[in-house]
Design a protein around this ligand. Structure first.
Ligand code: NAD
Length: 430
């Protein structure tokens, strides 16, 4: 059993705290957000993540998982201190390290000798050195500690599964002893471990996310070509995906990637590349294609219903992907804003993200179910492929709409089936 502090109780920190507590460790979650900590202490889960509430509740009940806003209550006794705070994009594209800096200084003020600080937040290459020096500035002279880079690869919506059985664990450190101790902490998960230096570990995270984003932009570019030459990108992707060298994942054409990671991480890597005097052409193309997909979607809507002024547009799905309430960089936000700028009236439904979306898109109407929002609509735009849309009653939808036009931004439906119901069906790249 280890004593662990998890700094930051967000999508990453909460799942990690829950996992380590579930393995029998004594875990303290530390967050500066008092309301969040209060909710967690009452056993409430502040985010939507399938399976997380159950793991949180059973470990809180067992006394293995506690929450505080006070570093002094948790850090001094901790053998491992995980930094899981947010690192959003700054206006210049680089990662905003203010939360990391503040967490590192607070850790430094309370750390005891022998502790290992684990950088789990996605941080620019070289951040391990920064965290180490910020801690050293605050810690009493002679305090011995290590900083290990341990980037995170979980997917929101599947975070519990990903954290309990990760594809790999990456550890970056020049201390063999620190690597061995963190490795031991993860031993129960039986996953491959890559041990390297800190900078290489930090780069593995950026390279991985940028590669996945590249796959998405690649298939989106192929989709654009498919539309012009009369091919179906869904079958192209299937045919490509059986090839072991390519693989089927992240080859779904659609409205592009979003979320709290890909957009900011590709941007941050491009920024670092510029700073390092290299020319990241591919990364720029990946970002441009991604923005194009959103614009292209709205253009297609206009091609079918003309001027959007006063048109009633229904949207299904707002979260950046299914099974999460996360709206950060969701394609739906850009797409809906473009529709609003052109005068459309937008009514949208999402199974869980409605409340978050209302804050970002205050002028749209958020519906309570998928059918209310299509009543009298000139078009239905599917943006997030939630399960509940897969077998929705589309006959009813067609009857409710003024004109049964379906823009399927995720190629969720079989085009022929939808057309048979009387819809004009518009997919991506087919
Ligand atoms: P989040 O915004 O959901 O959570 C961050 C939490 O940290 C918040 O609760 C915030 O109140 C807290 N916080 C901020 N400053 C703090 C401080 N000084 N002390 C204590 N708490 C503080 O963020 P997230 O989505 O969990 O992401 C965390 C990091 O993990 C980011 O660097 C992100 O890039 C990376 N990451 C995220 C995912 C993902 O899917 N969300 C996946 C892999 C990696």
């Amino acid at each position: 059993m280890a004593q662990i502090s998890i700094i930051g109780s967000g999508y990453v920190g909460l799942v990690y705290g829950a996992m380590f507590a579930d393995l029998g460790n004594d875990v303290f979650g530390v967050d500066i957000n008092q309301a969040k900590v209060d909710a967690l202490r009452n056993g409430e889960c502040p985010i939507f993540e399938p399976g997380l509430p159950e793991v949180l509740q059973r470990n809180i009940a067992a006394g293995r998982l506690r929450f505080t806003t006070n570093y002094a209550e948790s850090v001094p006794d901790s053998e491992f201190i995980f930094i899981c705070v947010d690192t959003p994009s700054s206006s210049g594209g680089e990662a905003d390290m203010r939360q990391v800096r503040s967490a590192a200084s607070m850790i430094g003020a309370h750390i005891n000798s022998g502790a290992i600080v684990v950088n789990k937040s996605t941080m620019p290459i070289g951040s391990g050195d920064l965290v180490s020096s910020l801690i050293a500035e605050q810690a009493p002279p002679g305090t011995e500690f290590s900083v290990v880079s341990n980037p995170e690869f979980l997917r929101e919506g599947a975070a519990i599964r990903d954290v309990f059985s990760p594809d790999r664990i990456v550890l970056g450190t020049d201390s063999e002893q620190a690597a061995a101790r963190v490795k031991e902490l993860y031993r129960a998960l039986n996953s491959p471990v890559v041990v390297t230096d800190r900078r290489t570990a930090e780069m593995i995270k950026y390279a991985s996310n940028s590669f996945l984003a590249t796959k998405i932009s690649f298939i989106n570019e192929i989709a654009q070509i498919c539309e012009r030459v009369g091919a179906d990108v869904t079958v192209v992707a299937e045919g490509m995906g059986y090839d072991e060298r390519i693989g089927p994942l992240f080859l779904q054409a659609g409205v592009g990637y979003g979320g709290s990671c890909f957009p900011k991480d590709v941007k941050a890597l491009a920024h670092m590349a510029h700073e390092a005097d290299t020319h990241p052409q591919l990364l720029h193309a990946v970002m441009e294609i991604n923005q194009d997909q959103r614009r292209r979607f709205v253009r297609k809507l206009q091609e079918h219903i003309g001027d959007l002024h006063e048109k009633e547009v229904a949207v299904w799905g707002l979260a950046f992907k299914q099974d999460t309430d996360d709206m950060r960089e969701s394609p739906s936000v850009d797409i809906i804003q473009m529709m609003l700028q052109r005068g459309a009236k937008v009514r949208a439904y999402d199974p869980v993200a409605g409340e978050h979306a209302a804050k970002l898109l205050p002028t749209i109407t958020i519906g309570a179910n998928p059918y209310d929002v299509v009543d009298g609509a000139d078009a239905l735009c599917l943006i997030t492929p939630w399960n509940e849309f897969k077998q929705a009653n589309l006959t009813r939808v067609a009857e409710l709409m003024r004109t049964p036009l379906l823009l399927d931004g995720r190629n969720l439906y079989a085009a022929d089936d939808i057309a048979a119901l009387g819809f004009t069906y518009v997919g991506v790249g087919r």
